[in-house]
Write a protein that binds this ligand. Structure first.
Ligand code: SF4
Length: 455
């Protein structure tokens, strides 16, 4: 009798990119996600999970995608009006401190090369960038307009960021001439709101040529593979108004991106897909399912989404509502939105509030997905609350600094209680009556494994 053939190793449908760079190895990455190394490798091989870590970095790779915890990104970076390296580094620190899993440096003002180098050097988390900004800024330094740059100069911008060590790059390769024609017929309220998308479309219209990052996509992939970076396929045609959500232009670009995901996998490059933008609550589930179907389960990285257009000043809340629902329906990665969205460059405090809002949204989805680490985090805080153990409860919260500030601002005259109820504290009253607070019940019946929150 012939020996039974050994099961083949999980293989990617198209190439399979299982990066080995970074510190700790895949076993550590899997342990942090509370999944088995075998499951992580299987999802990596199929492209349903990516791990972010350039070959030039010495950080622990970050897993994003199917069966992983929902991740949060914070955008920082200078603008032509406000450029201060120390300020951007302070934003980086506060973003990481309150739970950002990645940071994107979107600098477009001042010495962007200096800012990017400093951010990469200091960041313990993966860094992403949008290299087309580099091309525009380099063109300006040469005294010319972005629309006069060559395809070669755009690819040079990509290589510059990759060689500097960024872990993922947003490239708007899904904007094709055909998709721009569909956009022209879409009759949008808010047109194009993607900075990189608008630059690319302007270049295409002025030069009457195909998008260079689409035309030379194979060159982009070759560079990403060389440096071990992931491509994040940007949604340059994302809707910027509720009225424009899920229109033909957005869907056409997504279908093109689906093809680009397959080409990335075939080239051995990890690919994520970026998503909108402005999406009403009733369209969020459809958007996530469409991406998962059209892009063969590639990790979905959403900006927000914002569920209404009227939240200016509070768009971290608008985005967190959309982010929680999107993540519940299968989105993998939430790009934060700050209170300054649509109004100005975020301050350090805006960054803190934006990350906290998205972190809560991501964690709420992790709890609903019965992710063991997430459930255990909630249980730990619940137990501390039931025991009126203020120190442990505050330490376990998503933003201990803010919780401590509120709690310390006014102390109750009643021992153990807070100023909300004072002597009528329900928890204290029941404990004093000898009724033990209920302990140990886990939402959904999951088995906690002792995750220590995001810190
Ligand atoms: S005083 Fe009221 S709000 Fe404060 S811990 Fe007791 S029951 Fe909760």
């Amino acid at each position: 009798m012939k020996a039974k053939a050994k099961s083949p190793e999980p293989k990617a449908r198209a190439g399979g990119a299982i990066p080995r760079q970074g510190t700790g190895g895949l076993a550590s990455v899997a342990a942090r996600e509370h999944v088995s190394p075998a499951l992580l490798e299987k999802h990596l091989a199929s492209g349903k999970v990516v791990v972010l870590c350039s070959k030039r970095r010495s950080i622990m790779p970050l897993a994003v995608g199917k069966d992983m915890t929902v991740k949060v990104n914070a955008n920082i970076g200078t603008s032509p009006d406000t450029s201060d390296l120390a300020n951007e580094l302070a934003k980086l620190r506060v973003a990481v401190a309150v739970g950002a899993d990645t940071v994107m440096d979107l600098s477009v003002g001042g010495d962007v090369d200096e800012v990017r180098a400093a951010v990469i050097a200091e960041s313990p988390v993966p860094i992403g960038t949008v290299p087309v900004y580099q091309t525009a800024l380099d063109a300006r330094r040469k005294g010319k307009s972005f629309v006069d740059t060559s395809a070669r100069e755009m690819l040079t911008g990509v290589e510059k960021h990759l060689s500097d060590g960024v872990d993922f790059i947003t490239v708007h390769c899904g904007i094709t001439r055909q998709n721009v024609e569909i956009l022209a017929r879409a009759g949008r309220v808010c047109g194009v709101v993607s900075r990189g998308g608008s630059m690319t479309i302007e270049w295409m219209r002025r030069n009457r040529k195909e998008n260079p990052l689409y035309e030379y996509y194979d060159d982009v992939l070759a560079m990403a593979r060389e440096y071990g970076a992931a491509v994040s396929l940007g949604d340059g045609l994302r809707p910027g108004a509720i009225a424009d959500a899920t229109d033909a232009a957005q869907v056409a670009e997504l279908l093109t991106i689906g093809e680009l995901v397959q080409r990335a996998r075939a080239a051995g490059v990890q690919a994520m897909v970026e998503g909108p933008g402005h999406v009403p609550l009733d369209q969020i589930e459809a958007n996530v399912k469409l991406e998962k179907s059209a892009c063969d389960g590639a990790p979905f990285y959403l900006l927000g989404p914002l569920v209404t257009d009227v939240g200016c000043g509070y768009d971290h809340i608008t985005g967190a509502i959309g982010g929680a629902l999107a993540a519940w329906h299968g989105a993998d990665f939430l790009c934060y939105v700050t209170p300054s969205e649509h109004l100005g460059l975020p301050t350090i405090e805006d960054v803190r509030q934006g990350v906290v809002a998205s972190r809560i949204a991501a964690h709420a989805a992790d709890v609903a997905r019965h992710h063991p680490g997430a459930i255990d985090w909630d249980l730990r805080v619940s137990r501390a609350r039931a025991a009126l153990d203020w120190k442990a409860m505050i330490a376990g919260c998503v933003d201990p600094q803010r919780a401590e500030t509120i709690f310390s601002a006014a102390r109750s005259r009643t021992e153990g209680a807070c100023t909300m109820c004072g002597e009528f504290c329900a928890i204290r009253r029941m404990t004093a009556d000898g009724e033990e607070p209920k302990r140990g019940r886990r939402p959904g019946g999951g088995k906690g494994t002792g995750r220590k929150g995001h810190k």
